[in-house]
Write a protein that binds this ligand. Structure first.
Ligand SMILES: C[S@@+](CC[C@H](N)C(=O)[O-])C[C@H]1O[C@@H](n2cnc3c(N)ncnc32)[C@H](O)[C@@H]1O
Length: 203
């Protein structure tokens, strides 16, 4: 049985959701971000990595008749593939995939490869989904997301970090909590672990 069939039905999709075992976000994570997007109806959803997450979030925006997804994707071929899938689902008006090659960035005395933000539009982010870059490329691969995107957050931003059961993700969430104020964190015992952060900006 297709593990995403319940989500397909919930989103009234007529065709099966394309997914790649081990690389696509797991069904429990997808269900959580869909639930939030349908309830909170965010204007701007940014995600780090594209694929299945992009499709389901774009479908939520279509359902809501509100909002859009902006997806940062380092792999040019994956960016093209996701754009193609958005077209196949008729969702290209609800999501934009930006080919954002990884570039060196220095943060807190460490150097990381992280998405180029040169072509990210000036937006106010209501929801951030972090499912890349892949963990194997470097230590604490997803740490830069908060320090580099925080100044683009809206007054209250919900952040969903996938693969949060891994030691690196546990460590980087602890760094975020030490470094930034207004961060509420909840850990969910999902298939691969999920960290949900509620971030309120001081007004
Ligand atoms: C964990 S994947 C997540 C993709 C997306 N969020 C989803 O749920 O489908 C993170 C990144 O790995 C890369 N990737 C995707 N599929 C891959 C594969 N089969 N082999 C190697 N890299 C892959 C892409 O650059 C993607 O942005």
């Amino acid at each position: 049985m297709n593990p995403y069939s319940a989500i397909q039905a919930k989103l009234s999709l007529s065709q099966p959701l394309p997914h790649t075992p081990d690389w696509s976000a797991a069904p429990d994570f997808i269900e959580l971000i869909v639930e939030h997007a349908l309830q909170a109806k965010p204007e701007v959803i940014v995600e780090c990595s594209s694929g299945l997450t992009t499709l389901v979030l774009a479908q939520c925006c279509q359902f809501n008749q509100k909002g859009c997804v902006i997806s940062l994707e380092n792999g040019e071929d994956y960016a093209e593939k996701t754009c193609q899938q958005l077209k196949e689902f008729g969702l290209e008006d609800y999501a934009q995939v930006i080919h954002a090659p990884l570039e060196k960035v220095a943060l807190s005395d460490n150097e990381y490869d992280w998405y180029s933000l040169k072509t990210l539009p000036e937006v106010s982010i209501d929801m951030l989904v972090i499912d890349g870059p892949p963990g194997f490329i470097q230590k604490n691969s997803r740490y830069p997301a908060l320090p580099l995107l925080l100044d683009r957050f809206s007054k209250q931003t919900k952040v969903f970090l996938d693969d949060a059961a891994r030691d690196d993700e546990k460590e980087l969430v602890a760094h975020w909590q030490d470094e930034f104020s207004g961060v509420e964190h909840e850990y969910l015992e999902f298939e691969r672990g999920c960290s949900v952060l509620d971030i309120k900006k001081a007004s």
